[in-house]
Structures are given as structure tokens and as C-alpha cells.
Design a protein around this ligand. Sequence first.
Ligand code: BDP
Length: 715
Amino acid sequence: MRGKFLLLVLLVVSLPGLISAESGEKLWLRYVPVSETVLDDYSTLDNIYAEGESPVINVAKEELLRALEGMTGMDVEINKKLSGSSVYLGVGLHEKLELPGIEEHLNTCGDEGFVIREIGGEKGLRIVITANTDAGVLYGTFAFIRKLQNEEEIQGLDIVEAPKYQHRLLNHWDNLDGTVERGYAGHSIWWNRERSFDDLKEDYVVYARANASVGINGTVLNNVNANPDVLTDEYIEKFARFAEVLRPYNIKVYMSVNFSSPAIIGNLEDSDPLKDEVREWWKNKVKEIYDEIPDFGGFLVKANSEGQPGPQDYGRTHADGANMLAEALEPYNGIVMWRAFVYAPSGDDRAKQAYKEFVPLDGEFHENVIVQVKNGPVDFQPREPFSPVFGAMEHTPLMIEFQITQEYLGFSNHLAYLPTMQKETFESDTYVNGAGSTVAKATDGSLFDQKHTAIAGVANIGRDTNWTGHHFAQANWFAFGRLAWDHTLRADEIGREWLGMTFSNDSAFVKPTLNIMMRSREAVVNYMTPLGLHHLMGWSHHHGPEPWTEIEDARPDWLPKYYHKASKDGIGFDRSTSGSDAVSQYEEPLASMYNNPQTCPENLILWFHHLPWNYTMSSGLSLWDELCYHYYDGVEEVRLMQKKWDRLDGFIDAERFEHVQHKLKIQSREAEWWRDACLLYFQTFSEMSIPPELERPVHDLEELKKIKFDMTHHN
Ligand code: BDP
């Protein structure tokens, strides 16, 4: 799919005086020449020795060869013997090379961690990359390559790493007809009816390399709103072929399954999880899958949510449903990721639903079930508090689900660097075992004993040449992997790495660009949903603002009004003890802190409280004025992003520079659209005016109400 751009790239490369045009198709694995400052050191690495011949080791060896040759311009040799080599890859090398101290490090590395050490030598630098498994060696190799891409000092390198979560997955919401639910980078890379598997194989390899380079070791290839056909022979065979391409990169495939499959494709009377024939059906189906895919990862299930079938259809619980699948998968070490995103009409506050349905089931799930919980209690909003389910199920492994695709953050049109948001979740303190019981610790096995630990991100990948629609959306894919590997990494560190690998290591470029990235998510919060507001977008497309939406016969919680509750007397959702009491799902001291508007963090105040328009904020401003300032700040920030970016012309290739410039223009226009729509609409209730020192809105409310979302707003 990406081949046709090659010609264009070659043409531009050959013109003198220009930085080569780039389409983004290589992602962060470009391997362009490094600068003189590190070239001497790196050039001593001209000879690789790899221990063993497994497909995984071969991938590591070839990747390092390609990287070193690309970055240094020299020919690198593969050495068949240990002596005289400069980079050593493989399991058990510390023994062969008689390196003291590495053994203890390996004891802390588990199955996928690694040790990288520079051991010196007569001819120059010598590097050892070793681990307990070939997979660990692969991750060590990519970690080493990343250091080279960032032009880091490698002399004296001594690194020991192990991933924080065992299963680090992308969830593709890809439908079998090729569309992608909430996908903004073109159609599905997996389900492509126009091109054959063989034709696309090279792209799958790029995908696999990219994931392996950040430690992603699993991928769910189909939408959580699962088509039952995925369990037919035809699709099992397709999954097997994908598994085969991904296997040498240590990536397992997983499948989303429809709970009613036994009835729909198995012709059983129903899919009641307590019926023997249903259980038998799943066991046979799982066996069929493992016959084709011996290292199949397991199932992801969305049940009894948004109209999907599930065990509750038969009066059974989530645990009954999940355990049935877990039993079928258990003999093969497969896992079930059972989603806690349950969104069904209940009449109560939607934010409380997951906790109400799942917490009472704590301890009832089999040990190969992991309950997958969205980061916030509602739905991937630009800012939500963490889900109160985290920390509340001591006897059940929980995994965080983040959304990498920007369903609620401007699609692939807005630059929104998500790690700052994800770090907010990881670092939120649940207080469940006293202070310091962060969400990260409550899910990575350090707080509770759990056989499996996992994390998932809803992918933002599609058939677009640059994979993610916006060049900067690649950063969110990269960063998800890095945080899944180590949630203690800082968002700016990760951003710095990615920029160096993807664009340039020139600090005159990196500094302002990193600044854009680091401030971008808060900008989106400000121009869309500041102060804890949420769900103000159009109810079906989820793109532009429609806080006014009225739809006859719609479920109330589809509509923005359910969430903002703007009226003459104020704005915000009262989730305090005198409202829906969602605050009580949190541990103390959080419950009391959130319950009181004086102590509730202001960035969440309207999530938890309904307050009068003239409520005095900590700044001394009225709530209305504060809201105005946030919306205007958001727009202003995007304008600053544009100015900063404009000044970077010439640092990178014109193709990507202009593409980003174009997207920023759209973002700026849409930020104004959001600001004006929300403020002009809320003003009809507040009857207060926008502070005179702020510029006048550029739109008119009635005109805004007529804007219909369509693809012209998308592109
Ligand atoms: C919502 C999306 C919907 C997904 C659902 C889910 O709008 O398309 O199916 O989440 O996570 O955010 O299941």
C-alpha cells in the first residue's frame, strides 16, 4: 500500500540541497545517518555476533544490521564466531564471555527483560545484549538501537530493564468489512478486501517491527463489537497467517469474540454460559484455534454493553461468562480480557455502572481472566478522574484500557500527545492500601498478587501512508508501548526519544516541538471540556461540539445535556453525596475530597459538582469567567503551537512539515468552533457576558448549530 510513494521519495531525495521528503511510512525506524559527534564511536560496531538461529534472534540481528548500516553508512558484518565481534546478541552470552555480575541482573529480568552492557575491548567499544529468552534479546536490541537513534553516549553503557506488565496489547477496533470503528487513519490494515495478504506482507512487517521496538507483544485484530464470523474456519485461517508474520517479533494475536457465537454460528439454541453444550462448543472452538495458532493469546470480550450480547441475557453474571471462556483457554495458557466498559440503560449515573456491576464479583473470576477497565469511569474523555474500579478488586487482575485513537480528542486532525494524560491515570492514588496505592501499582502486580498483568491501547492505525493520519499521532502509538513497558518513564522523555527518531535530534527543533507536545493535551481539554465537563460532542460522530443536542426517543445518557446539566442555576453533574453519590465509589480521603467543591481539584470540579454560574473559584473569578478563560486559553494555545511550528520550517523535510502545518490550521479552526459553540450555548443559561478583555467569538450560535459533521471537517 505504501509502495507508490517510494518513487516520489526517490525523486525528491535526488534533488540537491533539499532534505529528503518523507511520507512517515517508516515510522520511527528510519535509521538515517547520525551526526559526526557520535559517528566515531558508533563506527566501531562493525561486526555482530548472534547466538542461536531462532526466528526471533534473526529478526534482532537483521534489525541491528540494518540500523547500524543506515546510521553509520558502513558495511556491517555478521560474525559466525564469538571472538573479534563488537556487538554480541543472545541468551547465555555472559557465560561464554565470562562477564561477572550479569547473572544477578538476569535474575530480575524475567521473560522479556534484558541487559545491555558495554564491555570495552582492544579494538574499541564492545556491546553485549543478553537476556533470559530470545524475546528479551529482541527488546534489548531495539532498546540499544533507540539509544543510537537518539545519538546517546554508548561508552560504559550498563542497562537492566524488565517490563512492568506482561501482556502489552493493541486493540484494533477493525471490522471484517475493512472499516475501523473510531478509526481516523483510513481503513483496516488487517481486513483488506482489495489487496491480498502476500501483497501486504511487507507492511505487516513494518507494523511488527514498530511494535516490537516499543515492546508491544500482543494485538487484537478485530473490533470489540465483534462479528461472530471471526470464529469461522475462514477467519481462523486468516488469524493464523497474521500470527505467522508477527511471531518472529514476539507478538501474539488475540481475537474479540461475540458472546452469542454458539447460537449464531454454532446453531445452538442459545449461548447460556452454564449450559454444557455451550461450554463444550467453546472448548471445541478454542481447540480449533490452537490447532492453527499454537501461541494464540486469547479472547477480548465486550459483553452486555451497548447492545452486545452477554451472560446477563441468561440471568448469569460477568464472572459466569468470563470463566466459561477462561476454562476453555486455560489448557493452552490463553487469557480472557473481559471488558468492564458496561454501558447499558440503568437510570442511574452512567459513571457508576462498571463499579456497581464488577466490584461485587471480586474474587469470582478465574485466574486467567483479566478485567479490562477504561482509564476513566465514563468513556475516554479528554479528562476524567480515574475509574474507581481500580484498587477496588483486590482479588481480580485488572488491566487499564487507554484509547490511542483520538475519538474524543479531535480525531487525527488534532495534535494531542496523550502520555501526559496516561501518566495522570497511572499516578492517580487510589488510596486503597493507604497513600501511594497508585493505579499503576494496583494493576502491575506490585500491590496485589496476580498471575497475569496486562495493559491495552485502542489502536490509531490504518491504511494511511503515515499509518496514523497525523504524523504526531505516531507518537501516541510509540508512547503507549513505552509506557506499557515502563509506566514510570516521563512523558517528556518519551517524547524526546520519539522526536529524535522520527524527525531530528537537533535541539533547536526538539525543544520547541516537545513543548508543543507536552502542552497539547491540556489545550484540547481547555477548548473542548475544561473544569471536568465531558461529553459535549455530537452524539454519533463524536467530533465537533453539540452541547445543545435534542433527539426525540434518545436515551438520555446519549445526550450532552445529561452530562453538563447547564441551566439557569448553574452547570455540572452533581456526583456528590447529595447527587448521584459516585464519589462514594472512591476510597477515603478521595471520597471526601471530591465531595466538597472547596477541596475537589478544579480540573474535575464540574465532573463532581453542579455549581452556580457565579460560584467563586480559587482564582477569585466567577465560575463563568473561569470557564471563559479556559476556553480562550485552549484556542490561544493552538495558535501558539502554530507559531512555534511555523518557525521550524527547514529543520525537517517539507512534506511532513507542511502536512503538520495543515493539520494545525484545521485544529486552530476547530478549537474556535468548540470554544464558541460551548460558550455561546452556555451563555444562554448563565446570562453573563464573555469578559470584555477576551476577543469576540468568531461564530454565531445559530450558525454553529447548523454545522453538520462530515468528512470536510475530518480532512
Ligand atoms: C465508545 C465508542 C464505541 C465503542 C465503545 C467501546 O464510541 O464506538 O464501541 O466505546 O469501547 O467510546 O466498546
